[in-house]
Design a protein around this ligand. Structure first.
Ligand code: MN
Length: 259
């Protein structure tokens, strides 16, 4: 009898399970979250050639890259927020690998977000989702499908108005429900951060960060292709670089999805 893994390989080769890339390209144009001017900003992505088949290295091409940890499609470790600073295994290199892989629970709020850029997920939306799809699975990545990744121009993606950014996120009561009453790995979003654009003005500020990381949960941001995932049934692999003491890392997020 074929083992589950042998069967997985067969299904992948036959195209009955697809690998869907949930990551955005990472380069100099990749938007980064803006902060009020009294706070230190994250630098842009830059890349410098070390050699490219030339006198510096005749047969090889390689680069030096420089970027903030929280750039593009990236992973938020629990140490990222002050609420998670004393938790065990809270930095990138200490997270047990099994906590990076789990089933996806995809909550589609695309229509709500089209009507209201400041849309916040509420417990009632989670209840409605669970009514249709069952309880959010154990050890799952909860992915907020907002359609925001269709905004390709950085200005549209960041959507900053005269009173700050306007992008969707989680109401603190939804974050509390997910972090404390469900057994999740963390949440993932299509926007630049796991909090709503206006969350700096919320009480507490940036509640999703404060609640999730305080509960030992992770974050994934700037995801795309969530519209290619079923509400349940996909498996997500989100492995940050093993940066010693790292608070986060660019991440290639892959989903295994039934065709
Ligand atoms: Mn981050």
């Amino acid at each position: 009898m074929a083992s589950v893994l042998t069967q997985l390989v067969q299904e992948l080769r036959a195209g009955r399970i697809m690998v869907v890339d949930l990551s955005q390209p990472l380069g100099p144009e990749t938007p980064v979250i803006g902060l009020p001017p009294m706070f230190a900003p994250s630098p842009p992505f830059s890349m410098e050639v070390i050699s490219r088949y030339d006198e510096r290295g005749p047969a090889w091409y390689w680069n030096t890259i420089s970027l903030g940890e929280h750039k593009g499609t990236h992973f938020d470790a629990t140490v990222h927020w002050i609420t998670g600073k004393d938790l065990p295994d809270n930095t990138c290199e200490t997270i047990p690998a099994h906590r990076l892989v789990g089933p996806a629970a995809v909550i589609d709020v695309t229509d709500d977000v089209a009507r209201n850029h400041d849309f916040l997920l509420l417990p009632e939306h989670i209840a409605a989702w669970e009514e249709r799809h069952g309880r959010i699975p154990a050890a799952s990545w909860v992915l907020l499908r907002s359609g925001w990744s269709r905004r390709h121009a950085p200005a549209d993606f960041l959507n900053v108005g005269h009173n700050g950014p306007h992008t969707p996120g989680f109401h603190k009561t939804a974050s509390e429900l997910l972090a404390r009453e469900r057994d999740i790995l963390g949440v993932g979003v299509e926007t630049v951060g796991t909090d709503a654009g206006q969350a700096g003005t919320f009480d507490p500020p940036f509640p999703n960060h404060a609640i999730m990381h305080g509960a030992g949960k992770f974050g994934l941001t700037s995801l795309c292709n969530l519209d290619r995932l079923p509400a349940t049934g996909a498996v997500v692999i989100a492995a940050p670089l093993k940066i010693v003491g790292g608070s986060g890392s660019p991440v290639r997020v892959l989903a295994l999805v039934p065709a």
